[in-house]
Design a binder for this molecule. Structure first.
Ligand SMILES: C[S@@+](CC[C@H](N)C(=O)[O-])C[C@H]1O[C@@H](n2cnc3c(N)ncnc32)[C@H](O)[C@@H]1O
Length: 228
């Protein structure tokens, strides 16, 4: 499955940013800014953006001064787009992108003040192993910030959400992506991935504490913040 995930993201890298903007109506940028604000308030010296993809969050984090930023991802093609964006913005001295697997992070124990993950966790093959690795590389009292899709609770809003994800997201994928299957998978995984208290319990199982959730767009996405 992990190889399939890599192949999938290696095939949708060119249109990923455009489709991401269309299916969130650009709102993902605001939520990513919120990740930066939370991170900044923690006065970090070193941040890891796991599953950085095309490096949106890693780039946004460069707004934090005097902080080393590393973005890592499984897909070299997604990282190539990220590297190009970093070069275009002249940010090569501020952020480094590295190829890797969250299940086997190459970093030392207690290394990062903050770890961020945007729309990554629902793609991890072994979620428990991935969260345990993130826990290991976080400093004691370090903070994990996760942005992930969730499902609205309100029945009427959920009807709109189901219609939107089943038709609109797939339609955009069909029109704009060479890989329709990928957007079909991304839609299904968004509907099925644990969210809210279920996901909070998963974080607790990996020993995270002080967990909070901030629900976005009636529950279509959620920002989770947790401490090591
Ligand atoms: C939906 S994209 C999110 C990209 C970016 N963080 C964003 O917010 O737009 C999910 C990313 O997770 C990465 N990914 C999936 N499994 C991974 C793993 N085991 N280790 C590292 N990255 C992984 C994929 O390669 C892909 O780039």
């Amino acid at each position: 499955m992990k190889n399939q995930i890599r192949i999938m993201f290696n095939s949708i890298y060119e249109e990923y940013d455009l489709i991401n903007n269309l299916i969130t109506f650009g709102l993902h940028k605001n939520w990513k800014k919120q990740i930066v604000d939370i991170s900044r308030s923690l006065n970090p010296k070193r941040i890891l953006d796991v599953a950085t993809g095309t490096a949106d969050i890693a780039i946004a984090l460069t707004k934090i001064k005097n902080c080393e930023i590393i973005g890592m991802d499984l897909s070299s093609n997604m990282l190539d787009i990220g590297d190009k964006k970093i070069k275009d913005l002249g940010l090569q001295q501020r952020v480094i992108l590295e190829l890797g697997d969250v299940e086997n992070l190459k970093y030392n124990d207690n290394y990062f003040d903050v770890v961020t993950v945007g729309y990554g966790v629902r793609n991890f093959e072994n979620l428990k192993k991935s969260l345990d690795e993130i826990y290991r590389v976080l400093k004691k009292n370090g903070t994990l910030i996760i942005l992930e899709t969730s499902v609205p609770k309100n029945k009427i809003i959920k009807l709109f959400y189901n219609f939107f994800t089943k038709f609109y997201v797939k339609l955009i994928g069909l029109i704009l992506s060479k890989n329709f299957e990928a957007y079909s998978y991304l839609q299904k995984s968004a509907s099925n991935f644990p969210h809210g208290h279920e996901f909070i319990n998963i974080l607790k199982n990996s020993k995270f504490t002080n967990i909070s959730q901030d629900i976005k767009l009636f529950g279509a996405s959620t920002i989770y913040v947790a401490n090591r």
